[in-house]
Design a protein around this ligand. Structure first.
Ligand SMILES: Cc1cc2nc3c(=O)[nH]c(=O)nc-3n(C[C@H](O)[C@H](O)[C@H](O)COP(=O)(O)OP(=O)(O)OC[C@H]3O[C@@H](n4cnc5c(N)ncnc54)[C@H](O)[C@@H]3O)c2cc1C
Length: 421
């Protein structure tokens, strides 16, 4: 074996996974498309907020890195919902996005037993004869993952492979009427692995996410806006020993609050057909409820204004994030954009197909193994195999595949339902 563990993807999940494994003394390789983007904050450079603030602290209690990273790089700190009871209050910090990435890369590079490699994983190596447990049909049907193959042709073996591909697997970006394959704007989508997983019977689905435009802060008239200063800095991490030094001389940068107007809503309504979501180009559901401004204008027609927070992206940039103004068509609301808004579509293995240990569920995989077997039988029966026939496993569902209702379509042949009857 080349490594004990390979982690695919140097995003926030990949950072935590590779640190957790290597800290156990296991020889770990983090393979990521671009090491310069390790720990990149795709959307708002903020950590915490309702629910997520607690999550960050839970990750910290388990020894994770995120709370330390935001403590090192926050440029504004606030407790949300302060007017309400403690149960619904939440810490939220705005990060200097470049500093956050540097801190993330630093922690990875200084971790013992952890190496980083720049490449894109396109395939998993599956040993079909290797049975991890005789009890599970999955392992007899599908075998075990024993490594990865990359786009540059490297074949690397490992006892365990962790997939943390984030929004990059077959990622597609939509900017108004333009669309293209990207993970994030300006970064390549990770192509190959999604096709491999689909072809090997893993249940996959699509999710969507989105981000607003970033604007040049020097183009904003702050005089008509409400200033929102940060509070005294406080740490996310429970590592109390290093607190006193952490925030000395740290500069707190304000946010600014303004509102959409009736005229903004009129422009959005007049151009709603150009939105990729309302125009039907984007069909995936979001991982979390995060409505675009088009969505808010359509769903709440009685509201004549919506909040917009203008938030800093860092200490050494004038770039500002428009929180609350994520919109689907970049040309409709004409800003002095530094980067346009960008909804993204990407491939995932839906969480209902994952066991608590985050492995694909044995029962699902066993069923899929049976399906593959059935499909191969069907191909042979129809003589398609000799003719180079292929099969497609199509799952009945609205975007998310459910293994309970699978139909096999043999190209040019008949359709087989599974389970039978
Ligand atoms: C436009 C946009 C808006 C978003 N808005 C929000 C939001 O408002 N709130 C929120 O919580 N989240 C939002 N997200 C999601 C945000 O990306 C995630 O919360 C967070 O980044 C997930 O971290 P991750 O580690 O899972 O993946 P990512 O940060 O996406 O990192 C994945 C990494 O894996 C690498 N990778 C992927 N496949 C391969 C491969 N085959 N081989 C090698 N390397 C690979 C990629 O290059 C990337 O570095 C948004 C994402 C985008 C793109």
């Amino acid at each position: 074996m080349d490594y004990d563990c390979i982690v695919i993807g140097g995003g926030h999940a990949g950072i935590e996974a590779s640190l957790a494994v290597s800290r156990l003394g296991l020889n770990t390789l983090l393979i990521t498309q671009n090491p310069d983007r390790i720990g990149a904050l795709s959307c708002n450079p903020a950590v915490g907020g309702l629910s997520k603030g607690n999550l960050v602290r839970e990750v910290d209690a388990l020894g994770g890195a995120m709370a330390h990273l935001i403590d090192q790089t926050m440029i504004q700190y606030r407790i949300l919902n302060k007017a309400r009871g403690p149960a619904v209050q939440a810490p939220r910090a705005q990060a200097d996005k470049n500093a956050y990435q540097c801190a993330a890369r630093n922690i990875i590079e200084n971790q013992r037993y952890l190496s980083v490699m720049m490449d894109t994983v396109t395939e998993l190596i599956i040993d079909k004869d290797k049975n991890r447990s005789k009890d599970h049909e999955i392992y007899t049907m599908l075998g075990c993952v024993t490594g990865v193959i990359t786009v540059r042709g490297h074949r690397i073996s490992a006892k365990t492979v962790i997939l943390a591909a984030g929004t990059f697997m077959e990622g597609k970006i939509f900017i108004g009427e333009y669309d293209a394959l990207h993970g994030r704007l300006g970064e390549e989508a990770a192509l190959g692995l999604g096709k491999f997983l689909r072809n090997n019977g893993f249940p996959v689905g699509r999710l969507k996410t989105g981000t607003p435009a970033r604007i040049d802060g020097d183009s904003v008239d702050y005089s008509s806006m409400e200033k929102q200063d940060g509070e005294e800095f406080a740490p996310f991490s429970f590592d109390f020993e290093s607190i006193p030094e952490k925030f000395i001389n740290r500069k707190s940068v304000p946010c600014w609050i303004c509102y959409t107007t009736a005229e903004t809503h009129r422009i959005i309504r007049d151009n709603i057909h150009r939105s990729p979501l309302y125009g039907g180009k984007i069909k995936g559901t979001g991982a979390r409820y995060c409505p675009s401004i088009e969505d808010k204008v359509v769903r709440f027609p009685d509201r004549n204004r919506h909040h917009v927070f203008i938030e800093p992206e860092g200490l050494y940039t004038t770039e500002k994030y428009l929180n609350g103004l994520s919109y689907e068509d970049d040309d409709v609301l004409a800003f002095h954009d530094i980067s346009p808004q960008a909804p993204v579509h990407f491939l995932v293995i839906p969480k209902k197909h994952l066991a608590n240990v985050m492995e694909t569920k044995p029962e699902d995989a066993a069923l899929l193994g049976k399906l593959l077997h059935k499909a191969q039988e069907l191909l042979a029966e129809q003589g398609c195999a000799e003719k180079g026939g292929r099969f497609v496993i199509n799952c009945k569902s609205d975007g998310m595949q459910t293994v309970e209702h699978i139909h096999l379509h043999v190209l040019g042949g008949r359709t087989l339902g599974w389970p039978p009857g």
